[in-house]
Design a protein around this ligand. Structure first.
Ligand code: SAH
Ligand code: SF4
Ligand code: F3S
Length: 453
């Protein structure tokens, strides 16, 4: 054997040992897209200190739980999960367990008091410190909590390890200044901070170079982007960077500008879909929620959007059971839904969040009433969603292919520009392809179709 081939064999063996020696990270993400993006960033930082991702809890040397606390149910899930890791830690005492994200920010040291097998708690403003914290715990094991700076600086350079292969998220701003009276987000995500356009462009270019076809720009309220240009200008600039499909969320109805509507109408890759959370359909409740718009203003905005952007799809969020909600308020909301005809709505039962103003409001609604109203609200909206989807039957839609469906390898899924889920029989399409599909059947939450040559 020549010296060169001996050397190659040696290097290959060394590489293999290194690979096997690599520490394993299992990251669990709860909550919204912002948390997904943060988890990808934390994974990138932890990779730089030698961690590779695993799906196997038993193989993990580090388990990081990125948490949400927007509703009590989100917190319950996290506590349940943390409890299950106690046994793992008993078997493998070297395992490091960390909690990050919104619930970490909210609970801080309480989490360790309640679950002492958790090693560290890192607030939302310090997630970019994760590698430093883990390194110090590898050297010396002791409990570590840092939730001191909720409005922490945004790192200029990021190296996310992105999930999936077709669609990805790029945060453009962090935090929220709106203080809707039910919402915990401003307390656990801090004040609004906008990233610089150059940093956003660099990250979009990086994602496009990695092969991503669809990018969603993220912020709690993208309309208040303040990085030296308006959100509409930013969106139009990103539209020119060569991504196949461009989306954004979330837009607060109080300041969705004419300029933004025009940017979407005139954009090339900007999808005709706006997620525009209304939260409720009566002025009394909207006022008590501190949403700063009226039903009338929202309806006028919808009219304006629909006039400027044909085929636009509109989706929303709604909360039932807000303190003080009467049958009359609720009936108004059902009428509002029937008037607007959203393509889809995410509906939530009001969850009391301590520290928010609404938690102390009088006339909290009982559980039975909340559930009854939610069921009715969903029934009304589901009929509307189905009617909207039925209207697509026989049309030909541009679909971005996502891949095989979870239940059947021969059925592939994709999304229309309006963000509707499409199922179709698989031919030779690959994930990431843009294809044309003729819609043949409609259901409440999806449509089915046939690929058109
Ligand atoms: N910044 C975004 C997302 C906020 S959280 C926005 O303003 O739309 C996502 C959704 O959770 C909200 O739109 C709201 O409908 C819901 N939500 C927030 N706080 C809640 C609470 N206390 N109880 C129930 N739903 C809540
Ligand atoms: Fe919460 Fe309102 Fe901010 Fe959205 S805009 S994150 S609902 S406070
Ligand atoms: Fe939840 Fe935090 Fe997002 S509270 S909804 S993960 S901003």
């Amino acid at each position: 054997m020549s010296i060169t081939s001996q050397k190659i064999l040696f290097l290959a063996a060394q590489h293999d040992t290194m690979r096997r020696m690599k520490k394993k990270l299992k990251i669990l993400t709860y909550g919204c897209q912002m948390n997904v993006a943060d988890s990808e960033r934390m994974s990138g930082l932890l990779q730089q200190i030698g961690y590779t991702l695993t799906d196997d809890f038993d193989a993990a040397d580090l388990i990081l739980i990125n948490t949400c606390c927007v509703r009590a149910t989100a917190e319950d899930k996290v506590f349940g999960q943390i409890g299950r890791f106690k046994a793992l830690k008993r078997i493998k005492p070297s395992l490091i367990i960390g909690v990050a994200g919104c619930m970490a920010q909210k609970e801080g040291a309480n989490l360790i008091k309640r679950a002492p097998h958790v090693d560290f708690v890192l607030g939302t403003g310090q997630s970019s410190e994760v590698a430093r914290v883990v390194k110090s715990l590898e050297r010396e094991r002791k409990h570590f909590v840092d939730v001191s700076n909720v409005s922490g600086d945004i790192p200029a350079e990021v190296f996310p390890i992105r999930n999936g292969q077709v669609s990805t998220f790029v945060p453009i701003m962090y935090g929220c200044n709106n203080f809707c009276t039910y919402c915990i987000v401003p307390y656990v995500r801090g004040r609004e901070r906008s990233r610089k356009p150059e940093e956003i462009f660099a990250e979009v270019n990086q994602a496009v170079a990695e092969g991503f076809k669809e990018i969603t720009l993220l912020g709690q309220n993208v309309n208040s982007y303040a990085g030296g240009m308006t959100f509409a200008e930013l969106l139009s600039a990103v539209d020119k960077l060569g991504v196949e499909r461009l989306r954004f969320m979330t837009s607060h109805p109080k300041d969705l500008s004419d300029e933004l509507i025009a940017a979407i109408a005139n954009g090339q890759h900007i999808c005709e879909h706006i997620h525009l959370p209304v939260q409720y359909g009566s002025d009394k409740i909207l006022r008590r929620m501190n949403r700063v718009y009226t039903v009338e203003k929202y309806l006028r905005l919808v009219e304006k959007i629909r006039a400027a952007i044909p085929n636009v799809s509109l989706t929303t969020d709604l909360i039932v059971g807000f303190p003080g909600e009467t049958d009359a308020d609720f009936t108004e909301t059902l009428e509002f839904l029937r008037a607007v005809k959203f393509d889809a709505a995410f509906t939530f039962i009001y969850s009391k969040r301590s520290g928010t103003p609404a938690a102390t409001f009088e006339n909290q609604i009982d559980d039975e009433t909340k559930h009854r109203r939610l069921d009715l609200l969903m029934k009304v909206q589901n009929e509307i969603s189905l009617a909207k989807n039925l209207a697509l039957v026989n049309s030909i839609e541009e679909v971005l292919v996502e891949g095989a469906s979870k239940t059947d390898e021969k059925i592939f899924t994709g999304r229309t520009r309006s963000n509707k889920l499409v199922l179709f029989a698989h031919g030779d399409e690959c994930a990431g392809d843009l294809i044309r599909v003729k819609i043949t059947q409609a259901q409440t939450f999806l449509v089915k179709g046939e690929v058109v040559d």
